[in-house]
Write a new protein. Structure first.
Length: 72
């Protein structure tokens, strides 16, 4: 049981970091694309920030999973 939780935690952290870096790159590209349209950029920025917080949450769930597997 503990090893399964450990691997799930590691997998969640890898997925979280991968998607977090993907959304960060997407935000940089959108910033360059919408620099002349500040209103549209603000809309895109808020959506991407929300998605990046979800990725951070996935990383935290992975860390909690690893911590639980180490305590079992």
């Amino acid at each position: 049981m503990a090893s399964v939780l450990l691997y799930i935690g590691i997998g969640l952290i890898i997925i979280g970091w991968g998607t977090l870096s993907w959304f960060a790159a997407k935000q940089l590209n959108a910033q360059k694309e919408y620099e002349r349209l500040p209103q549209k950029w603000q809309e895109m920025k808020q959506k991407l920030i929300h998605k990046r917080w979800i990725c951070r949450g996935i990383i935290m769930i992975g860390l909690i999973s690893i911590a639980i597997s180490l305590l079992i």
